[in-house]
Ligand binder design. Structure first.
Ligand code: GUE
Ligand code: MG
Length: 299
C-alpha cells in the first residue's frame, strides 16, 4: 500500500519559508514582494484559484494585487495592463490566469510579460533557460516545480538510474517536467495520446507523472510495483453518491487501484494543487530578491 504524499502539508512548509524570507528581505532592503494576478472573465474554477492565490500571497506578507477584468476585455487593453505591471516597481511577479477568452491571443499576452516578472515561467526566455539548463536564473512553471519538490521528498534530489515516464506533453506541465527530471539525472520518456501501448510504457516507470487531463485514466495495473506516482490531474466529475447534482475532484490516476501498487502517491485534492500555489509564492519572492541584487534562497 503506497504512502500518501501530503502535498498540502509540504506546501504549508514552503509558504512558511516564503514568509520568513519575504520578511527578511523587507527588513533588510525595505522591499515588499509584490504579486499581481490578472483574470479575465467569470469562469468559476478560475475565480477559486485566484482567490486562493490572493489569500496565500497575503499570508506570505506580500503586496497582493488582483485585476478582475470583464470577459469582453480587448487584447490591447490586456496588453496595456501587463505593460503597466511590467513598469511598476512594486510588482515582482505577474500571473495572467489561463485560459483566456478566445478573442485574446494568449501567446501574445504571455510574451508581453517581462521575463524577470514571469513567475509562471511561460515566457520564451524562461522556457529556453530551462531547456538549456540555466535553471538558476529561470522561472520554472509552478506545477512541475511543485511536483519535483514532492519527488525530492520521497527519492532525494538525484534521480540517477531512475526511469521516469511523463504522460502528457503540454507546455505548462509535460515539457517542463521532462526538463526538470532530466536535469535531476532521470532517464525520461514523454508519452501522449499517439503513444503505442501506453500501459506497457507506464509500467517501466520508477517515477510516473500523470498529466493527461483525463479523469482516472491511469489504472493500478499500469503501475510498476514500488513506483512513485505524481498525479497532476484535477478533474471535476459527477458524484451522485454524494447526492443529486454533486461533484468531486479526481486526478488522472485511478487512486485506489494505483495506491495498491505504488510505493508513494499524491492524492487529489491535496497533492500537486497546493504545491502549485506554494511554488508561485516561491517564484514571486525569488523575483523580489533578484530585483534587489540579493541571492535568492532555494526552496
Ligand atoms: N497562468 C496560470 N497559471 C496557473 O498556475 C494556472 C492557471 N493559469 N490557470 C488554472 C490552473 C489551475 N491551477 C491550480 C492551482 C491550484 C489548485 C489547487 O490548489 N487545487 C486544490 C483543490 C482546489 C479545489 O478544491 O478546487 C487541490 O488540488 O488540493 C488547482 C489548480 C493553476 N493554474
Ligand atoms: Mg489505478
Amino acid at each position: 500500500m503506497a504512502d500518501i504524499i501530503d502535498g498540502k502539508a509540504i506546501a504549508a512548509d514552503v509558504t512558511a519559508k516564503v514568509k520568513i524570507v519575504a520578511d527578511s528581505l523587507l527588513e533588510k532592503t525595505g522591499i515588499q514582494t509584490g504579486l499581481a494576478v490578472v483574470i479575465v472573465g467569470e469562469d468559476p474554477a478560475s475565480q477559486v484559484y485566484v482567490a486562493n492565490k490572493g489569500r496565500t500571497a497575503k499570508a506570505c506578507g506580500f503586496h497582493s494585487v488582483e485585476h478582475k477584468l470583464p470577459e469582453d476585455t480587448s487584447e490591447q487593453a490586456l496588453v496595456d495592463i501587463v505593460e503597466s505591471l511590467n513598469n511598476d516597481p512594486a510588482i515582482h511577479g505577474i500571473l495572467v490566469q489561463l485560459p483566456l477568452p478566445k478573442h485574446i491571443d494568449a501567446g501574445r499576452i504571455i510574451q508581453t510579460i517581462a521575463p524577470e516578472k514571469d513567475v509562471d515561467g511561460f515566457h520564451f526566455i524562461n522556457v529556453g533557460k530551462l531547456g538549456t539548463g540555466e535553471i538558476d536564473t529561470a522561472f520554472v512553471p509552478c506545477t512541475p516545480a511543485g511536483s519535483m519538490l514532492l519527488i525530492e521528498r520521497v527519492l532525494g534530489k538525484d534521480l540517477s538510474g531512475k526511469t521516469a515516464v511523463v504522460v502528457g506533453r503540454s507546455n505548462i506541465v509535460g515539457k517542463p517536467m521532462f526538463n526538470l527530471l532530466l536535469a535531476a539525472n532521470a532517464t525520461v520518456t514523454i508519452a501522449h495520446s499517439r503513444t503505442r501501448d501506453l500501459e506497457a510504457l507506464c509500467k517501466t516507470a520508477d517515477i510516473l507523472i500523470a498529466a493527461v487531463g483525463r479523469p482516472q485514466m491511469i489504472k493500478g495495473d499500469w503501475v510498476k510495483p514500488g513506483a512513485v506516482l505524481i498525479d497532476v490531474g484535477i478533474n471535476r466529475i459527477d458524484a451522485p453518491e454524494k447526492g443529486e447534482g454533486k461533484t468531486r475532484l479526481v486526478g488522472d490516476a485511478d487512486f485506489d487501484s494505483c495506491q495498491a501498487v505504488a510505493s508513494a502517491i499524491t492524492p487529489v485534492p491535496g497533492g500537486v494543487g497546493p504545491m502549485t500555489i506554494a511554488m508561485l509564492m516561491a517564484n514571486a519572492v525569488t523575483s523580489a530578491y533578484r530585483s534587489a541584487g540579493e541571492e535568492a534562497p532555494s526552496f
